[in-house]
Write a protein of this length. Structure first.
Length: 131
């Protein structure tokens, strides 16, 4: 019983510190792979992200098949916090910066495979609100 109670407390205590945000990109620019890496604007996206300043961790909602953000629980990532900001990068080249006071973010994707034929290279900025 003690083990079950300990697991319950640890599991839910980590959820208490995480905040869920609904984010909207205002502008997305980059290089379009399907257009021979032509400089392009992309359609702004909406997404949800769990941000945990206590554990230095973010998790993005990866249920949408249209695009992949890369901060899923199964992708290794590193985050650092500095005052009111969290800076994160993962093993597949995505980076995310969030300011908890202004609720503004910057996001980028710099994934590169051996043939540079997989993904677009892009960066964006926008604003989030608590969900």
């Amino acid at each position: 019983m003690k083990i079950l109670l300990t697991f319950f407390v640890l599991f839910f205590s980590s959820l208490v510190f995480a905040d869920v945000y609904y984010c909207i990109e205002e502008k997305v620019v980059g290089f379009d792979n399907s257009e021979n890496m032509k400089i392009s604007s992309f359609k702004p996206r909406k997404f949800m992200v769990d941000i945990d300043f206590e554990l230095n961790k973010i998790i993005t909602d990866e249920e949408d098949d249209e695009f992949y953000l890369g901060f899923a629980y199964y992708v290794s990532s590193e985050c650092l916090t500095s005052k009111d900001r969290i800076y994160c990068i993962n093993d597949i080249g995505s980076s995310f910066v969030f300011n908890r006071n202004t609720k503004k973010f910057n996001f980028s994707n710099l994934y590169m495979d051996n043939n540079l034929t997989t993904d677009d290279i892009w960066m964006s900025y926008g604003k989030c609100s608590r969900f």
